[in-house]
Design a protein around this ligand. Structure first.
Ligand SMILES: [Ca+2]
Length: 163
């Protein structure tokens, strides 16, 4: 493996990025300790690095352009699946399910209601992954509502609200 390949791989490896951020934090701390960095400057860099570290640990990146435009971290999240499918904004599922994302069929009263929630992300993700097949998008199943991955969620729920 050539140096160029190695650098290419290092850039895309998550654990490498985490270690790099930690290394930079240590360097900033050492520079500050020896009086080579002003306190405010060291704290500023430290906050930026800790934020970057947090984002790496939480399994998604931020699209800085979107962040600048919207000011919303939720809308600026970017994630790539193992299939290379890009997921953005509120459809990104962070590592470890938070309450907001922990949706089950029991959270809905009708099938169309669950389907609408699913379709919103499925359609959005399909719109910026034009090179991917329909089944690859269906396999994503962001909320885990479609066990058989056929694109129809919560088949057991009624079509109309029960009286
Ligand atoms: Ca299904």
């Amino acid at each position: 493996m050539g140096v160029k390949d190695y650098l290419q791989k290092a850039r895309t490896t998550k654990s490498t990025r985490i270690w790099l951020i930690i290394l930079l934090l240590v360097i900033v701390a050492v520079l500050y300790f020896f009086g080579l960095l002003k306190k405010g400057f060291a704290i500023g860099i430290g906050i930026v690095l800790l934020t970057a570290l947090g984002l790496q640990v939480f399994d998604y990146d931020l699209d800085l352009g979107t962040l600048w435009r919207t000011g919303s971290i939720d809308e600026s999240r970017v994630q790539y699946t193992d299939d290379g499918i890009k997921i953005m904004g509120t459809c990104v599922k962070p590592a470890g399910s938070t309450k907001e994302y922990d949706l089950n069929c029991s959270n809905f009263t009708t099938q169309p209601e669950a389907q609408a929630k699913y379709d919103l992300c499925a359609n959005e993700i399909a719109s910026y992954n034009t090179g991917k097949t329909e089944s690859q998008i269906k396999n994503l199943d962001i909320y885990g509502l479609d066990g058989d991955k056929d694109g129809i969620v919560c088949e057991a729920l009624p079509q109309l609200p029960q009286q």
